[in-house]
Design a protein around this ligand. Structure first.
Ligand SMILES: *[C@@H]1O[C@H](CO)[C@@H](O)[C@H](O)[C@H]1NC(C)=O
Ligand SMILES: *[C@@H]1O[C@H](CO)[C@@H](O)[C@H](O)[C@H]1NC(C)=O
Length: 347
């Protein structure tokens, strides 16, 4: 082989090495607390629905404690079991250990909210079979976080409502409108026009998805079809991987990949002394998260059956030094290689 060829080959290898290194150092430069502001400039021009965004499943269950009472979304049998099996039921109900502020600090930018009313009480509560906290502390933390982190955008998904009348919806919507005011990102026909840069310019930082037809009373909130979030309803790793691998996405809307196992009653009875963390969240981290690294964000590509990711949610998102949000955020760096495609498709 001629010496020149060897040098050229060597140069080429160095070049590849430089690309790999620069991506690697970029990944290290992303601070979880500020990851959206730290993204490379090109990615701030990518539609938000084509970025990878880590979220938490049943985000507010950290507020459920031994003194929580049974909520309207519980299976009727829970009322009878709860007094006797409080500890076990808590271990299978709580899906997050970190509170809202801590979740924001480790990069979580999507919150899955289940809301309930209490009889003879004017407040709204988070719920997951058992009542969690009253909503204002957590939602005010989101407001404070956006004030102190002007480059970050947070999605609040009002996913389920229990014990809600039309008046409750009006009251909750008024509360959210007053709390976030001009920081809200109003819904619009072309979601592809919404990028981090466009939101930064308008100082808009909070997206509220409202999954009830009351959403039509205001244009400040997003409708459910703008961010489909199908429930995998799987209790095995294989079932969940198959579900996630077969997702289809429409271009022009966001999407939530739910990377979570749902234990059935039988599943729980067979693992009574364990917990959702041990039997669902840790296996997902070990066996589903590595598969998710093969996914990429970006617009759906004709001819590619694997749907790109947008929001990806998990249980116990703080585990292993926040490995889950870290992994999802780093998927965005794959777009640096593909930004041509992204711009071409939406331009
Ligand atoms: C929306 O809320 C109203 C009032 O609580 C309720 O009657 C209706 O069924 C809800 N819609 C959906 C799709 O859940
Ligand atoms: C297909 O899309 C997925 C998800 O966006 C991506 O990870 C994968 O590399 C794509 N495959 C090809 C052959 O482009």
């Amino acid at each position: 082989m001629c010496s020149r060829c060897v040098i050229m080959k060597f140069g080429f290898i160095l070049f590849l090495f430089a690309i790999i290194m620069s991506e690697d150092t970029l990944a290290h430069k992303l601070r979880l607390e500020h990851w959206m502001s730290d993204l490379p400039a090109q990615l701030k021009e990518v539609p938000l629905i084509y970025l990878a965004i880590p979220g938490s499943h049943d985000s507010m269950t950290y507020g459920i404690t031994r003194s929580s009472t049974v909520a309207p979304d519980a299976e009727p049998i829970l009322n009878r079991l709860y007094p006797f099996f409080r500890g076990t039921i808590l271990r299978w109900t709580i899906t997050q250990a970190s509170d809202t502020w801590q979740q924001l600090l480790i990069g979580i930018r999507y919150f899955d909210l289940r809301l309930a009313t209490k009889p003879d009480d004017d407040n709204f509560y988070f719920t997951h079979g058992l009542y969690g906290d009253e909503i204002s502390t957590a939602l005010t933390q989101v407001k404070e976080f956006t004030e102190s982190h002007p480059g970050e955008v947070v999605i609040l998904d009002c996913q389920h409502f229990y014990g809600f009348t039309r008046e409750h919806h009006q009251k909750l919507m008024r509360y959210l409108l007053n709390l976030y005011g001009p920081r809200l990102v109003p819904r619009q026909i072309d979601l592809q026009a919404i990028t981090l840069n466009s939101l930064n310019r308008l100082k808009m930082q909070v997206i509220v998805v409202y999954r009830n037809e009351s959403v039509y009373a205001t244009s400040e909130f997003w409708q459910p079809q703008m961010l489909p979030s199908p429930w995998p309803q799987q209790d095995t790793i294989d079932g969940l991987n198959t579900f996630l691998g077969n997702i289809r996405r429409h271009p022009g809307t966001g999407f939530v990949h739910q990377a979570v196992l749902t234990p059935t009653p039988t599943f729980i009875v067979l693992r009574w002394i364990s917990s959702l963390r041990e039997k669902c969240a840790i296996p997902v981290m070990n066996e589903v998260l590595p598969k998710l690294t093969e996914f990429a964000p970006g617009p759906p590509q004709p001819g590619n059956v694997t749907a790109p990711v947008n929001v990806v949610i998990g249980d116990f998102v703080d585990m292993n030094n926040a490995l889950f949000p870290r992994t999802i955020i780093e998927l965005n760096l794959k777009l640096l290689r593909n930004t041509e495609i992204v711009h071409h498709n939406h331009g």
